[in-house]
Design a protein around this ligand. Structure first.
Ligand SMILES: CC(C)(COP(=O)(O)OP(=O)(O)OC[C@H]1O[C@@H](n2cnc3c(N)ncnc32)[C@H](O)[C@@H]1OP(=O)(O)O)[C@@H](O)C(=O)NCCC(=O)NCCS
Length: 146
């Protein structure tokens, strides 16, 4: 799950502090972080997040993670679509973007299936466990979503 991420695998303690931080961030006055539990048949199987990166220019970033037992059923694509709808319809963003490791074929497909356009490759912007990582950059604008 965290092969292409700078974090993890997390201990139970690290997972608990991740959740605590989400709850803390949700109560901040100028809220930037909206994290949602992904629930399937009453089990929590993942997380979807929308983070406001720029209030002035109305820019947000989405991210998602799904328990491997549930991969390949369209769940992350549904999560991405719901996050996009939330970002445009509920918090009036203009632009939503997402990045992923070029090796992360599943995530690239999720972003394409959710209507995002590939803008290009950011070079070595993230240090992960096996070294510097490039990121593919995808985005969608409000009027494209409409
Ligand atoms: C990326 C991730 C969220 C996808 O979740 P998911 O619920 O399986 O996604 P979906 O089922 O909506 O779509 C995945 C698509 O990628 C395809 N896919 C997945 N892995 C693939 C691979 N290694 N090679 C080719 N295609 C792949 C699936 O077949 C599916 O395409 P399809 O609908 O055309 O069949 C999940 O793998 C994950 O949680 N990974 C770890 C966290 C992560 O990388 N998050 C994204 C950060 S950028």
């Amino acid at each position: 799950m965290c092969q292409y991420q700078p974090w993890g695998p997390n201990t139970e303690e690290e997972s608990k502090s991740f959740v605590k931080q989400i709850i803390l961030d949700a109560s901040k006055e100028k809220r930037t972080r909206y994290a949602f539990a992904v629930v399937y048949n009453k089990d929590m199987i993942g997380v979807g997040e929308l983070n406001i990166r720029d209030f002035t220019n109305k820019v947000g970033e989405i991210a998602y993670i799904v328990n491997p037992d549930y991969w390949g059923q369209g769940i992350a694509t549904n999560v991405a679509k719901l996050l996009i709808r939330f970002g445009f319809a509920d918090i009036q963003l203009h632009r939503i973007y997402a990045t992923c490791d070029p090796r992360n074929i599943g995530s690239s497909k999720v972003l394409q299936k959710s209507g995002l356009t590939k803008e290009g490759k950011i070079r070595e912007d993230l240090l992960i466990k096996d070294g510097w990582r490039d990121s593919l950059l995808y985005s969608i604008l409000e009027y494209e979503w409409l």
